[in-house]
Design a protein around this ligand. Structure first.
Ligand code: SF4
Ligand code: SF4
Length: 178
């Protein structure tokens, strides 16, 4: 008799839960008709950004490529007339990328950034290999102000740190010490 009462109670609780849910607003989103706005920090499609002067941020230092756990970034460094380095080509194989964000963390110039855009599916896997022209965007991404040459700079065959065009003397970290 006791087990019968317990079974009836459990059944009633189950029906009560179902009944309560009948009056709740549905939370299902009808993707792809409805696009949820994802947070800016979402890790999806990768881009290469420009600095506030409109110059390519990437200095082809290979740090992103070295840190990438699946080795999907490759590039070739070259030197401009002003002595600064850039990537003559830059390639990401999105078929291998696991969107871990380590490349963005490692980048000293804030060039490589992950964005919330995730609709990059392709039937042909080779179309997931993106070249520099596919990756470059005409804005600064999440980091609007940062300009590597204004806080660090580089030594080139033409000049020392802070002595090139649109460059400032690097920050002396010792002046920040207490
Ligand atoms: S997000 Fe991770 S896996 Fe993708 S390119 Fe960057 S480091 Fe490599
Ligand atoms: S870490 Fe940044 S600056 Fe260095 S090669 Fe990668 S994208 Fe370019």
């Amino acid at each position: 008799m006791k087990s019968l009462v317990e079974a009836a109670k459990a059944l009633a609780e189950g029906f009560a839960t179902t009944f309560n849910h009948l009056f709740r607003r549905p939370v299902t989103e009808e993707y792809p008709e409805v696009h949820r706005v994802l947070p800016a920090r979402t890790r999806a499609r990768i881009v290469l950004t420009l600095d506030p002067d409109g110059e390519e941020r990437c200095v082809a230092c290979y740090l992103c490529s070295a840190v990438c756990p699946v080795s999907c970034i490759s590039m070739q460094s070259a030197e401009k007339e002003d002595g600064r380095r850039y990537a003559s080509w830059f390639r990401i194989n999105f078929a291998r990328c696991i969107y871990c964000g380590l490349c963005e963390e490692a980048c000293p110039t804030s060039a490589i950034q992950l964005t919330p855009y995730f609709e990059t599916c392709e039937r042909d896997i080779l179309r997931l290999v993106y070249e520099k022209e596919d990756l470059l965007v005409q804005h600064q991404g999440k980091d609007k102000e940062y300009n590597f040459y204004k806080v660090a700079g580089v030594v080139t065959r033409l000049a020392g740190k802070g002595e090139h065009a649109r460059e400032e003397k690097p920050v002396n970290v010792k002046t920040n010490l207490p």
